[in-house]
Design a protein around this ligand. Structure first.
Ligand SMILES: [Zn+2]
Length: 320
């Protein structure tokens, strides 16, 4: 049975709409994830490219939107943070993990509350949210989507347009990337289902050709972006004690179909972004982890697995 069958069979689940608690103190956090195309992608495809400023190429003419190639070496650039990445080499062990904390919260850990399970994930059919300069996403994205989801309109995203060239198989690749985190359900860490109703979704996935203003000299381009609002658990607990059922804002994932120009790239980029959506806020310093900022691997590493386990076996002061 194909994974899709099981996932989408559950779309008809009825979900009780909770009351949104707008007064909750929330901190918007987000994770820009950059991606780059080495000059000779064919050569390095089977091994990890050396991540570092020296390996990054300036975009060639006409290359925008489909990855990058070029000849000219470029120094590191400001704007998009780029880390060369550490190499564990032979030191990798089953005990490895990295700090998943939220940099904007002094590395405090953030995770979904147990009462939210199973999380509902809505993958839009290639829909693009209103384009905004990259730097403005953080301030507005979650609230914009939350207002649309929580409003009276039964079809809140009907006005959005589909990205040019959208194909259903792209949605399947995104689904497959998300399902790379599915095995942890067996360990009782969290659970998630796909939904056909964005208004009940905890995590929503949108798309674009490329992020506005996110391509930097040096060939670095943003492949995905995940926005969330972390909420102090004390606020949730207080609301629950008062008999309220606080509805918290959704997590918003956006994926660039220009940067993730193949289904394999799209799947891996989705797996990375869904790691953020689950609460791995910081990037791994190691380039053999899918949560490395300049992701070069396509599967969860042992450290990725150990990190999500640690996160979900911990109590956190901040929740999604
Ligand atoms: Zn990232």
């Amino acid at each position: 049975m194909h994974f899709q069958t099981a996932s989408f069979r559950k779309l008809s689940n009825v979900f009780k709409l909770q009351k949104f608690l707008p007064a909750i103190l929330a901190v918007t956090v987000l994770a820009p994830c950059v991606s780059y195309e080495p000059a000779d992608a064919q050569v390095v495809k089977r091994k990890l490219p050396k991540a570092g400023f020296q390996s990054l190429m300036r975009p060639g003419p006409g290359a925008a939107g489909v990855g990058y190639s070029g000849q000219q070496m470029a120094p590191g650039s400001s704007g998009v943070h780029l880390v060369p990445g550490l190499d564990r080499g032979n030191r990798a062990s089953a005990g490895d993990w990295y700090d998943p904390g939220e940099p904007d919260l002094k590395m405090q850990w953030v995770r979904w509350e147990p009462r939210k399970m199973p999380l509902r994930v809505w993958i839009s059919p290639g829909l693009e949210l209103p384009s905004l300069p990259f730097q403005e996403l953080k301030a507005t994205r979650v609230n914009t989507v939350a207002q649309m989801c929580f409003g009276a309109d039964p079809n809140p995203f009907a006005s959005l347009t589909q990205v040019n060239g959208w194909k259903d198989e792209m949605g399947e690749a995104v689904c497959a990337g998300i399902e790379m985190w599915k095995p942890f359900e067996q360990e009782g860490l969290f659970s998630f289902d796909f939904t056909g109703n964005p208004r009940e979704a905890n995590i929503l996935v949108f798309f674009n050709d490329n992020f506005a203003g996110a391509t930097e000299p040096g060939g670095i381009s943003t492949g995905g972006y995940t926005c969330a609002q972390a909420i102090p658990f004390a606020k949730i607990a207080e609301a629950l004690r008062e008999g309220k059922n606080p509805r918290t804002p959704p997590v918003v994932m956006e994926l660039s179909l220009g940067v993730n120009s193949t289904l394999e790239k799209l799947k891996a980029a989705t797996a990375h972004e869904f790691g953020h959506a689950l609460g791995i806020k910081a990037h791994s310093p190691y380039r053999d982890d899918i949560m490395h900022e300049n992701r070069v691997v396509e599967q969860l590493s042992q450290a990725d697995k150990n990190t999500i386990r640690r996160l979900y076996r911990s109590r956190t002061q901040w929740v999604l």
